[in-house]
Design a protein around this ligand. Structure first.
Ligand SMILES: NC(=O)CC[C@H](N)C(=O)O
Length: 223
């Protein structure tokens, strides 16, 4: 059974839910304090929260922690690396994914359910979705406004849409370029997303649509 590390920085607050979602998806998982090292893991998840209280820019300080060198090494070996919300911010700040997550267009914390279109199923985290499938997940962030000068080396994975999958300005909650909610690297093994799939991984949470992110990741890590 593949084994995953959920990295915990000072201020991380979505680690326990993420652990539960990975277990439910059939993976083995351990919470790993950022001062430790990443031995014998088949994949890494950087969970959401307020690491270092979003000081300077969200994710900027965590991105410079030593453990991120190990995350980079695992990424280049092709292991699945998932960054959720603050984890996505850590991935862009560390250069593992291009671009930046700027403050929301209306500069305040946004907490609500959104619809997402699955725009690419050729990643380690979306193989169990249908191309164009519309799913529901919550967002909870102040800095989720994705921008990049160059998208040529990026796969757009999730986009904010309406319930029919139309990608229009009205469904863009934060000002993100092309309604981007999640992107992956070209290989598809490093993915960052602002919405929280772990908060949509059980019916009683209001949606189970996020579980396939973790199921896909577990399946991918078996290969
Ligand atoms: N839920 C989260 O991970 C929040 C991310 C970050 N602290 C922000 O507000 O943008």
């Amino acid at each position: 059974m593949p084994r995953f590390a959920v990295i915990v920085f000072p201020g991380t607050n979505c680690d326990f839910e993420t652990v539960e979602a990975i277990k439910k998806a059939g993976g083995e998982v351990e919470r790993v304090w950022y001062k430790s090292s990443l031995k014998n893991f088949d994949g890494v998840v950087l969970p959401g929260g307020f690491s270092y209280a979003d000081y300077l820019r969200a994710g900027a300080i965590s991105a410079r922690a030593e453990i991120m060198q190990e995350v980079k090494a695992l990424a280049s070996e092709g292991k699945p690396i998932l960054g959720i919300c603050n984890g996505f911010q850590v991935l862009t700040e560390s250069g593992l994914l291009p671009g930046a997550l700027r403050p929301n267009k209306i500069p305040r914390f946004l907490c609500k359910w959104v619809h997402l279109k699955v725009s690419d199923t050729q990643t380690a985290f979306t193989q169990f979705y249908e191309e164009g499938e519309v799913i529901r997940m919550p967002i909870a962030h102040a800095e989720g406004n994705y921008y990049a000068d160059d998208l040529s080396r990026v796969k757009i994975t999730f986009q904010y849409s309406d319930e029919k999958g139309n990608i229009v300005d009205e469904t863009n909650p934060n000002g993100s370029l092309l309604n981007i909610a999640g992107i992956s690297n070209e290989k598809g093994n490093v993915l960052g997303m602002m919405p929280h799939p772990e908060r949509a991984s059980d019916k009683w949470l209001g949606s189970e649509d996020g579980l396939k992110v973790f199921k896909s990741m577990v399946e991918y890590a078996k290969r």
